[in-house]
Design a binder for this molecule. Structure first.
Ligand code: SF4
Ligand code: SF4
Length: 322
């Protein structure tokens, strides 16, 4: 309650919140959600309409830990689909070949949808990594846990997170291609597991290669859907340096299962993004989050949608790093 009282009701979080922007309803804003939590109304369904994107937290002048507040509240929200999540994620993991970290010191954590959504780009990344840096082992078919947290299933989130921490113990460099997985390791693992070591060892795989001799080579104007979670990571600066990408920051509304569970709300949230894609005239759409790529692929089946890593190549000699 003491933390909740720190909310000054200033409203600075309102313009940042995609669910408020789409509905213009106070109860669907971060400030409104804090007020409901203050009244002890944590079971309100507005908490399950929060995307856990982190935009509110990044702008709150009073530094309220809004994501923890909202993630805790949603575990009290009735969710008939919650029992289905473990089966759904298990299904995803079964279709991806399972692998455990090899002996290498560098691990690429793929998350649960990467092997399905961008297997071609992944093969390209692995080849380039081996040429520029050396051996890398793949940890595939294991979820970072964000979908569980989003479903209000803290028990399965913690179970999976502890397993990942144990599997990656002693590994020196941990990389991921998914901005949401990276954000989960950085923001949610320290908060819920009190585990900071893993968070500090995880890096954005693309930024890592850009610093080690790779560059982006774009065939034409490429539309880059900036994942909400990427905006709150320090590696965003590396991305912004990449010329030729048309950046757009509108939320896609997919947020893991949110887009399937609340299609109408998700479509309202994604409206500005859709408009920006049409008006950009770009025929190639790219992103760096598994969930955003899922949205782009299902919404624009006629356009070329790929993970931005597919444009990475070895930098020619003499050209400096960005
Ligand atoms: S920005 Fe922070 S203090 Fe201001 S209304 Fe939002 S949650 Fe409250
Ligand atoms: S996490 Fe995102 S969707 Fe949820 S209240 Fe904050 S800004 Fe809104």
């Amino acid at each position: 309650m003491k933390i909740l009282e720190r909310c000054a009701r200033c409203g600075k979080c309102l313009p940042a919140c995609p669910s408020f922007q789409a509905t213009l309803r106070e109860s669907f804003s971060p400030r409104g959600r804090v007020a409901l939590a203050r009244e002890g109304l944590s079971a309100s369904r507005t908490f399950s309409h929060c995307l856990l994107c982190g935009a509110c937290e990044a702008v709150c002048p009073n530094e309220l830990p809004l994501l923890e507040i909202f993630a805790q509240a949603r575990s009290k929200t009735p969710n008939l689909l919650r029992p289905l999540y473990p089966a759904l994620l298990k299904g995803l993991q079964l279709v991806s070949p399972r692998s455990l970290p090899g002996k290498g010191e560098t691990i690429l954590f793929l998350g649960c949808g990467g092997g399905l959504l961008y297997s071609r780009e992944l093969a390209h990344f692995l080849r380039l990594f081996e040429a520029l840096v050396g051996e890398i082992s793949l940890l595939e078919g294991i979820c970072c846990g964000l979908p569980y947290l989003a479903a209000g299933d803290q028990e399965n989130f913690l179970k999976g997170a502890r397993r990942i921490v144990a599997l990656l113990e002693g590994k020196k460099t941990l990389l991921t291609l998914c901005a949401s997985c990276l954000y989960t390791f950085r923001r949610f693992y320290p908060a819920f597991l009190k585990e900071g070591g893993l968070a500090s060892r995880f890096e954005d795989a693309l930024a890592y290669l850009l610093r080690r001799g790779a560059d982006l080579f774009l065939p034409q104007r490429v539309f880059f859907q900036v994942p909400c979670h990427l905006r709150h990571l320090e590696t965003e600066a590396w991305w912004r340096e990449q010329k030729g990408l048309v950046f757009h920051e509108g939320c896609c509304g997919q947020a893991g299962m949110f887009g399937f569970r609340y299609p109408e709300e998700a479509s309202l949230i994604a409206k500005p993004l859709k408009k920006a894609i049409f008006s950009s005239g770009a025929s190639i759409l790219t992103s760096s989050c598994t969930s955003c790529l899922l949205y782009l692929k299902k919404t624009f089946p006629r356009l070329d949608v790929c993970h931005v890593v597919s444009f990475l190549a070895k930098r020619p000699p003499g050209k400096n790093a960005p």
